[in-house]
Every structure is written in C-alpha cells, then in structure tokens.
Design a binder for this molecule. Sequence first.
Ligand code: B12
Length: 499
Amino acid sequence: MKNKACGARQMKALLINPPGKTSKYKKHSFLRFTAPPLGLAYIAAYVEQYGYDVKIIDAPPLGLTAEQVLKIAKRYNPDIIGIQSLTPNYYEAINVANLLKKEIQNAKIVMGGPHPSLLPNETFSDSPAVDMIVRGEGEITFYELLKHLEGKKSLKDIQGISYRKNGKIVHNPDRPFIKNLDSLPFPARHLLPMNAYRIFGMRVPGTSMISSRGCSFPCDFCVVSSYWRRIWRARSAKNVVDEMEEIINTYKYLAIAFVDDLFAVSKKRVYEIVREIKKRKLDVIWGATVRADTVDRNLLRAMRDAGCVMLYIGVESGDQNVLDSISKLTTVEQYKRFFKWANEIGIDTIASFAIGFPEDTPKSILKTIEFAVELNPTHIVFALATPYPGTRFYERAKKMGIINENDYHKYSLFRPVIKTNNLTPEQLKQYLIYAYQRFYMRPTFLLRSVIHEAKFASEVYGYKIFFRILISGLWPFMKTILSLKKILAEKGNSKMEGD
Ligand code: B12
C-alpha cells in the first residue's frame, strides 16, 4: 500500500477549509456548533493509507486569515492543494485559491464540495487559479489525482473531475458512489485541531461523526438531494460503533453528534447500532438527525436507552400547504406526535424551521412560529428559505423571477435572497427576529431550561450542584438571549448591501 518509492519525492497534499468572514464566525459562536470538515478528513485518511503526506488547515475555528493560511501553506510546500467550498464561503475559497496560486506556483489547485461541484463552469471562470474541480465524493478521485501528478494516471481516465485543457473546460463522466462505506478508513482526526470544535446543545466535550451519506427524500430546497443524488448509503452498525469507540478512547470525547443528512431512516440499522453501543457499554451521549415519518416511540426509547440525548429535526413549516409545496412529504400531525414522544421520553430536540418560501404568507409564517411554541422543542433554529444553486427550489425561484440576490455571501440562511409576492425582504427579517423572541423570551422556557441544565449537571457532578446552577443559572441564559437579541437586532438594523 505504501507509496514511498526509493529516491522518489513524497507527494504532499494540502487540504483547506477556507477562512470564514472571521467577525461573522465569532458573532455566530452563540450557536456553539463548530464542527470539523469531515469530508476533508475522509480524503486525508484515504490518501494517507497509501503513504502520501497530507496536511489539513481548518481555518474558520482557528480564526486564521487567508494570509496566515498562505504562510502555513508556503512552509509546507505542497504539490497539490484541495480547497473546500460551500456556497456561502465560495468567495473566500476563490480568494485563497488566487492567493496560493500566486505564491506557490508549482502546486495544482483543486476545488471540491457542493458549490464548485454543482457550478463548475462558473467556478473556472471566476478564478483562473483553479486547475481542477472534483465533483461529488472526493476520496478516490483525489487519490487518483495524486497518481496523475506522479505520472501514473491520465487526467482523461479520472472520473468525477472537470479540468482545463487547451483553453477549454473538460468535464469527465461522474464517478459512481463508493458502494461500501465500511471500506473507508475513519476520518483523519489526528490532522484536525480537535480542541477547537464544540457541539451545540451538548454540555460535555464532543465532536461529530457521519454514519451514512445522502438522503432518499426529495425536499426541493435541500442541496443534498441533488449533490448526493437521492441515494442513501449507510455504514454497518459495527463499523459505526468502532469509530465511536475510537473517538472515546483516542480523543477522550464524551459526546458525539451524528451529522448525517438522515441518521434514522432504516429502523433496523438504528436498532443494530443501539444494541452494539449497549453491548460494548460505551459511556457516551450522542445526538442524531431524524425525520418525523421514519421513527416511532419504541425506536426513540431504544435510542435514549443507548445514550441518545439530542435529536435534530427539520420541521420547516407549520403550514401543511407550505410543507407540500416544498416536497417535504411530512404532515403537521407527524411532527406533533414526534415531539410528544421525544418530550415524554426525555430526549432534547433541536427543531429547524424555514420561513419565506414562495408559498409563505404572513399568516403561514405566524402559524409556523406558533407551531414551534406548541411543539415545545428544547431549541429552535429559524432560517430564511434560501434557493441554493443546484436545487429544484433554485430552478423554481429562477423561473418565478424572484431571486433578488446573487451575492453568495448572503446565502447564509439568515439573509433574505428572494422576494416573493407575499413578503418583502424587510418583513422576512422582522419575522425572523420575532420567531426567536417569541420562542426564547418566554418565562416558562427560561425556567424550564435552567431546571433542565441543573438536573443534568447534578446527574453528572452530584446533587449540590443542582441548587448552585438553579440560583446562578439564569444569568448565562439571560446572556445568551440578550446576545441573540443583539445579534438579531444588528442584523435587522444593518442596512444590507445592495438593498
Ligand atoms: C456538518 C455540516 C456543517 C459543519 C461542517 C462543515 C464542513 N466544512 O464540513 C458546519 C456546522 C461548520 C456547517 C456550517 C454550515 N453549513 Co453545513 N453542513 C454540514 C453537513 C450536515 C454534513 C457535511 C459532512 O460532513 N458531510 C460528510 C462528508 C463525507 O461529505 P462532504 O463534506 O460533502 O465531503 C465530501 C465531498 O463533498 C467531497 N469534498 C468536499 N470538500 C472537498 C474538497 C476537495 C478539495 C475535494 C477534492 C473534495 C471535497 O469529498 C468529500 C468526501 O467524499 C452538510 C450536509 C451534507 N450532506 O453535505 C451541510 C451543508 C454542507 N451545509 C450547508 C450550509 C448551508 C451550511 C451553513 C451556511 C449553515 C449556517 N448558516 O450555519 C454553514 C456555512 C459554513 C461556511 N463555511 O460558510 C449546506 C451547503 C449548501 C451549499 N450549496 O453550499 C449543506 C449541503 C446542507 C444542506 N442540506 O443544504 N455545516
């Protein structure tokens, strides 16, 4: 497997998660979810097993600027540089690519991730520095690019890439997905700044993991259904729990957040995972993503018994017409049932909502906000409906002529980028602020949260802590809420560029 041919120079690969807009990143830190770029860590682990030298720079959690990234990159002197790009950080990815190309001319610059994969032509024309784009799943493709650099593989034979050739852009055929995800090595966490990550809602040190790829459901606003082609592939229970064990033993984490697009789709697999966790007596708490229509009370109870303390669920809307218009394939009744079960069983929930779809009206939005209060989740995330390029929602919005904003920085889920007949961007911002205020500023919510935290802490640290937290606990909550209010007010007041 090892690649060190005698005398040959070891190929060096650098993988970069580009700097965010640092101030924004800090502003959003109240969400306390700073997850590692697992995609880059998977690629790193894959090529490391063949003996290649790899480094990852995860710039956002370390607050690194593009210039600092350049300095580290120059010192490392890589042969190939892979840069990840989502839509909101596309300009930062391009900026890093341009900067590195100027200073490290010999290195090939490769972009990957959903945005360049779905818009390769635009990416090439926006940056002459980009030599190649890896479309879709990256492990094998990136490995083959290293082989190419060693003169052992021709570009034309590498599936899933786009590249420049004689002034033209060539798109090779797509690469089929990796069939057996168990065959992949675990992400190269040893190359990541593991102390820099935090999990939202978990009170103990934790990190993220992914037990499956893709999602078979057709929600029209979700990038995943186009990027991962509505194909759901899962790792086996044994393989998943092996990685959990590695995380606990090697990195000493006590909590794991599964960031799968959909963790609980096959009940059989979830039962196998919980059985395996219990069999190995893993001392860990964990959270996962679910849909209201793929779980039942017994499954939730089994998950709770195996340490699941948090479920993340995309509710999107409290209005059935809106749910139907975005192909969510769920009903408001299913959500009511789900939250009743989760609250009874004692699993915390993060409910995510989106407002401002073309079919939304002031009435449906208020209905959604009241629905959030009625469901009584532990936390909410309210976002603005955002048509990411590559989605059916984007095509629909384009056809309707309602896309109001082409600046990808604003595709952050919190800034209005479409203008519907029913709602102005200004109204949407106001509704977003109102949603958070309505949910979090309830005295019953505040009290419940403090008691909840105090109970949890007393379970871990003893009963004396319960009263200390109860007495002093209101302060951090008030602080969170005040900072939330301030951020939202700033956002509401700040004059948007281009408005
Ligand atoms: C965990 C997660 C996060 C984490 C970590 C992100 C990260 N850098 O990996 C955090 C919390 C930081 C995050 C933040 C955000 N996220 Co997010 N996130 C996810 C999630 C749920 C899982 C990502 C993951 O780990 N996948 C598993 C690995 C194996 O896949 P992967 O990362 O895609 O990587 C593979 C390939 O894409 C490819 N690849 C990826 N990068 C590269 C780079 C190179 C060089 C190469 C060769 C290949 C390659 O190879 C990898 C291995 O096969 C995805 C949903 C999804 N399924 O993608 C959304 C998703 C990526 N996030 C999304 C969004 C919108 C956001 C936010 C804007 C949300 C917000 N407002 O806070 C921010 C933006 C942050 C930013 N940098 O600007 C969207 C992106 C849409 C888009 N068009 O860009 C997604 C697709 C969710 C969705 N359904 O719409 N996110």
